[in-house]
Design a protein around this ligand. Structure first.
Ligand code: C2E
Ligand code: MG
Ligand code: MG
Length: 597
């Protein structure tokens, strides 16, 4: 089991908590200057550039000051007091009365040394003064101090000092900006409101250091999650990218996903997030596990302002907790109903194997030259008590998520071996049976052993069994794939690559894998013989397979013209509705009895 280790006593330095992206510093802050004398603005720019400041904007017309502040959003303003068109005091006053600009730090430059002017500027909120003529080192010092103070202050009011995450205020402002953009370009924003009661409980029952360390680990996991999953919006620039993670309460975190395509994606992310958060955390002597609850709201349906969206998500989180309906819940009724259906289906799936609700159907594989059935593919179905016969697409992914796929897959192998061994004993030809395996099954490490036992128990000859794998499964971890494949080959079992052409397998891998058969994906067969591109691909795959000593099967053949084209291209075997759909064992037996082979 993976642990996040965090020394409870490690002091959080300011650097560790620094929420700014790496590499940004005071020197990156944009400085703006308003002074009627071009010579003055040029001089200050030179001084600042010598000191390492890289971003500088200036105007010599104070009437432009406000609009320039709005468009440039500088981190500091240097403002001359004595200007002919409009005085520096008027500019200051206008800034203080502007909702967006009022917190811009301002250093005033003044030739007059009298106390009245300084007092007035101070009352209008100036941060500091500089006497004209400006001394270079004094300028650099004042600028630096003002920026540093401002940054410190910023951090105090915008960030959670324990985790370094944006606090509720900053998080909400970021969310509002994100929502405004989304009203222009469309698309969803999903807000996860996550409550973690342990943050408070640890403070009450252990100590502050442990509670803080715990919160920091969670914050780090949330940030990693958000960085990994930046579903980028077309509009987001580094400048307006809003905080995606925040600490929005003592025991509450927020995560934003922008530009999410659909609710299935949101749900998958929610599950991932919960998984990440519930990994054990080791702090000093304590092994801790978070028990998060999560409410999810989605814009625009649950609200178009940060406040509305957060209220919906918070409510859903509280509701999740109260009903213990799992780890997360959507704010909207419709989504919850769907979620509930899935949860219900998942619950039923857990017991389906034991209750004997799984069925195997078999689809014949036919030799193109002779027209004879040379094998079958076993395809699983679930006889659901209320919903009838369900296709694998509806429950295989769910079984993988729930961790019951191995149990299900084992049943399929066992059953297929017994059925085909029985048919052989009845004299229904030596058929090969192909069985699909899922990635978790293939990766588990005991597939070879289980196959060997199934062969023994059923009496099926190893040469009659084909295991179907997919490209994505193999290239994931080539070394471990190879060793599992070698193990199966050593038993005498054949290997096939299913849906060939849809994955990314490179030729060099293909050569190394001990594969006996390629199955051309249905998508290439579908438009035969009309589409030249598909014909070329199919021809190439056949040539490739044959040159590596593999047999080639085409999937999804529905039309006589497709079959004819495949035969002409030299394909070995086909499978598809044209010959037969997948059928229950009894029907297959009837078919086999009628087959001249
Ligand atoms: P697959 O292994 O590529 O299986 C072929 C799929 O294409 C089957 O869908 C089959 O019914 C369908 N098919 C066959 N001929 C035609 C045709 O002419 N036209 C059309 N439109 N479709 C055709 P099915 O049974 O729904 O299975 C879907 C997928 O589920 C399979 O794709 C396989 O990846 C997976 N699956 C099925 N059984 C198992 C199993 O026992 N274990 C695992 N892990 N996956 C399975
Ligand atoms: Mg298959
Ligand atoms: Mg296939």
């Amino acid at each position: 089991m993976k642990h996040d280790v965090w020394a409870a006593t490690a002091p959080a330095t300011l650097d560790e908590l620094d929420p700014r992206p790496a590499g940004s510093s005071l020197l990156d802050v944009k400085v703006m200057m308003v002074d009627d004398e071009p010579l003055m603005t040029d001089l200050i720019q030179t001084y600042l550039e010598d000191a390492g400041y890289s971003a500088f904007v200036a105007t010599n017309d104070p009437r432009q000051a406000l609009s320039l502040l709005r468009s440039e959003e500088p981190g500091l303003l240097l403002l001359d007091l004595m200007m002919p068109q409009m005085s520096g005091f008027d500019v200051l006053e206008a800034i203080r009365n502007d909702r967006d600009l009022r917190y811009t730090p301002v250093i005033v430059l003044t030739a007059s040394t009298g106390p009245e002017a300084k007092l007035r500027a101070l009352q209008l909120g100036a941060a500091d003064f500089l006497a004209k003529p400006v001394d270079e080192s004094e300028l650099v010092l004042r600028v630096r101090n003002t920026l540093a103070f401002r940054q410190y202050h910023d951090r105090q009011i915008n960030y959670d000092l324990v985790t370094g995450l944006p606090n509720q205020g900053l998080f909400d402002r970021g969310l509002d900006g994100m929502l405004d953009r989304r009203q222009l370009v469309g698309g969803h924003v999903a807000l996860f409101s996550i409550q973690v009661p342990e943050c408070r409980q640890l403070r009450e029952t252990v100590d502050d250091a442990t509670a803080d360390g715990f919160s920091r680990v969670l914050a780090r996991r949330l940030s990693l999650f958000a960085n990994d999953r930046q579903l980028e919006s077309a509009l987001a620039t580094p400048h307006d990218r809003a905080p995606r993670v925040g600490r929005i309460g003592a025991e509450q975190f927020g995560v934003l996903l922008e530009g999410v395509p659909d609710t299935d994606t949101i749900e998958a992310e929610a599950r991932r997030l919960i998984t990440a958060l519930t990994e054990p955390i080791l702090i000093g002597p304590h092994e801790l596990v978070a028990t998060p609850w999560m409410g999810i709201s989605v814009s625009p349906s649950d609200g178009v302002t940060a406040q509305a969206l957060r209220r919906s998500a918070d409510l859903a989180a509280t509701h999740t907790r109260a009903t213990s309906a799992g780890a997360y819940q959507f704010a909207s009724r419709d989504l919850n109903d769907r979620l509930y259906q899935r949860l219900k289906l998942g619950g039923q799936l857990r017991g389906a194997t034991q209750r004997g609700e799984l069925r195997l159907h078999y689809q014949p594989k036919v030799d193109l030259a002779s027209g004879r059935i040379v094998g079958v593919e076993a395809l699983v179905r679930w006889q659901h008590p209320e919903r009838g016969l369900l296709p694998p697409g509806l429950f295989i992914p769910l079984a993988e998520e729930l961790g019951v796929i191995r149990q299900l897959g084992d049943w399929v192998i066992e059953r297929a071996c017994h059925d085909v061994a029985d048919w052989s004993r009845q004299g229904l030809g030596p058929l090969q049976v192909a069985v699909n395996v899922a990635k978790p099954q293939f990766r588990a490490g005991d597939l070879g052993q289980f196959v060997r036992q199934s062969l023994q128990r059923s009496g099926l000859a190893a040469g009659q069994l084909i295991i179907e794998l997919t490209e994505s499964m193999l290239i994931d971890d080539v070394q471990s794939s190879l060793s599992t494949m070698e193990e199966l080959k050593a038993l005498g079992v054949s290997l096939s690559i299913d849906d060939f052409g849809t994955g990314y397998s490179s030729l060099s891998y293909l050569k190394r894998f001990p594969v006996d058969e390629l199955k051309i994906d249905r998508s290439f067969v579908m438009d035969l013989p009309g589409r030249n591109a598909d014909t070329a691909i199919v021809r190439t795959v056949i040539a490739l397979g044959h040159s590596l000593g593999m047999s080639v099967t085409a999937e999804g053949v529905e039309l006589p013209a497709q079959r004819q084209c495949l035969a002409q291209l030299g394909c070995d075997v086909y499978q598809g509705f044209l010959f037969s759909r997948p059928v229950p064992a009894e029907q297959l037996v009837v078919m086999l009895c009628g087959d001249p082979g």
